[in-house]
Design a protein around this ligand. Sequence first.
Ligand code: NAP
Length: 483
Amino acid sequence: MVSRVIPVDPFDLVVFGATGDLAKRKILPGLFHRFTVGQMPEDARVIGAARSDMDNTAFQALVRQSLLEFVPNADDLTAELDLFLSKLSYVCVDAKGTKGWDNLVSELRPDTIRAFYLSVTPSLFGAIAANMNAHGIATKDSRIVVEKPFGHDLASAKALNSELRRNFEESQIYRIDHYLGKETVQNLMALRFANSLWEPLWNSTHIDHVQITVAESLGVEGRGEYYDKSGAMRDMVQNHLMQLLCLTAMEPPSRLTPNAVRDEKVKVIEALEPVEQSDIVRGQYRGRDGEGSYRDHAGDPESLTESFVAMKVKVGNWRWSGTPFYLRTGKKLRARTSEIAVVFRDPPHMIFPALEGRRGNALIIRLQPDEGITLRTTIKEPGPGGMRLAEVSLDMTFAEALGADAEAQDAYERLIMDVIRGDQTLFMRGDEVEAAWAWADPIISGWEESRLAPARYDPGSSGPEDALMLMHREGRRWREIEV
Ligand code: NAP
């Protein structure tokens, strides 16, 4: 399919934390890709801002190095690279102090869209927002992008929201969750609301359960100490898995506007029933073959933080009563896989005895490694031999169906372009984040009070045995985490 890239309006994008890991690995490579496909207009500017003292030339050299490292074919794109780098400048700014702010003011053009990407620790959000206002940098339609984690609990999320709202309107705040920038996640909305096929089936009458898995094969090496303060529930479930759950469970919005979509997502979170501790399994990976355990990496031999969590969640509303959602995420698992599996009920009357107890239809929405959609169906095996049945998958991999452009687009670059366009649909609203914390907080505080150790699991496995039981006891089973 021919790529249909629509250039955005000219912009000044300030990346606070431009020398940091996220900027180097995702933000700047993403912008470079948008530039190479022609989405960045001629006079777009990217202004890096961080504490390190350097000039434009040194910053451009740093970015060149990152692009060569993180963009697969960057060394074949010398001319594009030079042109892109010429759009970059750098200002040394102290987020908490006064240094550099006047220089930043002079970098910005009047009457041009301004976006400010805060790729820094959330403890700097308030200071940066206040400094921006004090220096008159934020115009009425400036956009501010903030990274996860958005709070550690409900109280800290509320505090962050009020810090940001002191200086910006909600319509200017873009809380990023890069899962929402994935092609398949948006396709879930297209699949559900642009087709008449699914909607009549999308309820507890026809859907037995939904499984949402975000499995990572890597452990917490290198960021163990940081992760240990958070755990899988805060790091993954409260945000990424919750977003996937919302998009799967939400009612059709009346129109495709940011607030109509986000209103429906908030309603899902508010409909979540409190989760029983008996419906949750927490895990922590062991060490093996000289590879350290979770506790080794966390630097705490007695850490009770979970590197894995699986749970059964009930959405208490008319559509989903009787259809549980099983969520599962963890580190050091068998493979890096993310998917939503919508598993349909068996036919009410089975005329094929051989199919008794076998898995029914399922719609699998795969987020990684290869974004795509699979429909699991049963058909008759071709040829003689009577009515022999076989399970087949109707598969659509976006890269194949839609061409290389779809494959190459990263969530970050898509979301940054949405910021420039002023489209908040794929960003979390303040009340949405708070609702998700209000749901997660009692679960986490229950663990903190009980001080029960998470179950241990082997690296390279599918998590603790108990997690399998969570579904087995109800006659269901997890899909394999496929390598
Ligand atoms: P990082 O590598 O530690 O980079 C932090 C950046 O902040 C650096 O550019 C640093 O500048 C700048 N900075 C620190 N203190 C500053 C100050 N007082 N004034 C101005 N700039 C200051 O962090 P990161 O991994 O890029 O993460 C950035 C944010 O994104 C964090 O909130 C993180 O949780 C979130 N995030 C990161 C990832 C990821 O994959 N890395 C993924 C999701 C979310 P100097 O280096 O010049 O001091």
